[in-house]
Structures are given as structure tokens and as C-alpha cells.
Ligand binder design. Sequence first.
Ligand SMILES: *Cc1c(COP(=O)(O)O)cnc(C)c1O
Length: 356
Amino acid sequence: MLLLNPGPVSLSERVRSSLLRPDLCHREPEFFDLQDAAREGLLAVYGVAASDWAPVLITGSGTAAVESMVAALVPADGRLLVVENGVYGERIAQMAKQYRIDHEVVQHDWLCAPDFNAILARLDHAQPRFTQLAVVHHETTTGRLNELAGLAQACLERGVGMLVDAVSSFGAEAIDFAHPGLSAVAGTANKCLHGVPGVAFVLARQRALEQAASRAYYLDLARLARLQAQRNTPFTPAVQAYYALVEGLDELRDEGGWQARHARYTALARQVAEGFAALGIVPVLPAAQSSVVLRAYRLPAKVAYPQLHDALKTAGFVIYAGQGGLSAEIFRIATMGRVQAADIERLVRAVAQRVA
Ligand SMILES: *Cc1c(COP(=O)(O)O)cnc(C)c1O
């Protein structure tokens, strides 16, 4: 079965085999060597310096990392502006509400790009002023890649720290860690890094961690950061998932880094789009506004998602439904994980049989 959903991904044999390494107690030095390798490997993906950025591992799914970031990096007396143009932006707003963080949401239609002027207006005119802004990099709901550079600059100019959910872009899309407007980035092992579910992470500016709040217990980011920097851990980590993360990071490096992965995903996404175009299946967004990681397509007339899904599953592919109000209109194809051009050829043939 080939997974074309946005994580977990189809594993390479190299990563799958890494799961069979020796059992480890997480209080032994061998585990801390593994933890250090994962932390160093995460910094290396974008060439980030440990003097500026702390890599913090969290046992949990991507949402755990986003929640840990949001709960900690809006200081106790801070205010958060959430940019929402999909399910994952909405999730950040729900976290802020749950933790009783003073926040406001700039809402968008889920098919729209963030409205830069509307965001600036809130940053400039809201009272009291916002201290942080949270945004999803790749909004997996629609495949839209939200542009970060302009927002980061606007944040920098106003002394606002930018928190980014990069769960479905870290490892495959450009992220400018050198930009001083960027405060933290949350990611996960089982999307573009091609690991297994169970470990997620936040890269946080050391400066932002110094002002962190402690609203959560298990997800307390500053505590996790402090202990991990001391070769320690507060709880039992997902040891085997760490093995796979480190192997996935090594594999990414050996294959040419995030830029090579970006190029590979780009080619696969283009192949899907061209194959579908020949069948009259059109993308929801222009390629220039989409990530290379996942693209959303309009369901062809007279084809219901459940039937398309089931037919493709019989042919060996798992595709992904639209979420929320988009579930009757769209379907999604992710090209992360061990996916080859030949797989996409077979996919397009299988779809052709279904929509003909
Ligand atoms: C997948 C994803 C998440 C986290 O999902 P989990 O199921 O918790 O791993 C968060 N944000 C975005 C943008 C995602 O694509």
C-alpha cells in the first residue's frame, strides 16, 4: 500500500530497518547519544546554529509540538494574533483558547491566502499590542504555502515574535531561520523527514525560550529544552521513533538535503498534476501558491470521494479527503515519503479507470 496522505509516510527500507536496533533504556548514555544525534540532525537540516536555536524533541504527534510551542512561547502577559486559513490555523486558535491565552484570530476563507493588510492592521492598531503571531507555513487543508517572509519582516519591525507551524513543510520547503522575526518553528518526524509517527519537535530561539511561560506540564517546552540540553529527559521518549528520525535525517542529508527533497517533490507533484489534467481533473490552487508537498484537486463531476478512495485503495493507494466544508469538493494527494515516478504513473492510470 502506498500512502499519499499527508503523513504518516511510506517508509524507505533504510528507515524501516532502523526500527530494529537494540532496545534502549532512556536513562542510559546510549539513549542520550541518540537524543543528541536527533537534536543535531534537526539543526543541520537548515544549517541552524545551536547558539541561537534550541532543538526540542517531544514524544507525540505534530500537534503536540505545535501545542508545546503555543503554550510556552506566548509569555504569561503576552497576546497572540493567529492567522487562520485552514484546519491547522483553526487548531492553533483552539489551543490558545484552551490555555486561556489572550488572543485574536484573523480569519480567512480556507481557499484564500492570508490578507497581509488585514494582519498589519491588527498588528498596528490592536490594544493592547500583540507580542506574538502564529501562522501555518504549509496549510495542509488546501495545500497552500503561506508566504512567511513578509509576515516575518512585519513582525520584526513591530517587536512581535513569529511562531510557525511547519509540521508539513519542514524538510521540503524553504524556511529562513536567519530572519530575526522568526521565533519558533514546530515540525514532526513522519512527514517531510520520512520518519515514523511518535516524535515531533520545536526549534525555538534561545531568546524566546528565556521568556517562555509554563502553562503545560507534559508539553512544557522550556523544561524539555533545559533537560535535553543537559542530556536528560523528563519522561519516557518514543525510543524507536527516535531511531527512525535520526535515520531519516541521515537519509535526507545523503540525498542532498531539503533542497533536493524540494526538487523531488516538485517533480512528483507536477507529474500528478499533468496526469490529472489529461483526465480533466483540475487543481484547487495554482501551482505557484501550493506547496510541493501536497496538492488539492477538485473531485470530478459525478465522482464521490468515498468511491474514488475505495477504488484507489483496491489498486494500492491511500489518498486523502478534503476537511471540513471542503470534504465534498476536493481530494488531496501528498507526494512525501518513499514515492517514485513509477508509482505516480500507476496512480494516474488507476484514477483514469475510475473517472473514465
Ligand atoms: C499534520 C499536521 C499537523 C499535525 O498533525 P498530527 O496528526 O498531530 O501529526 C499540524 N499542522 C499541520 C500543518 C499539519 O499538516
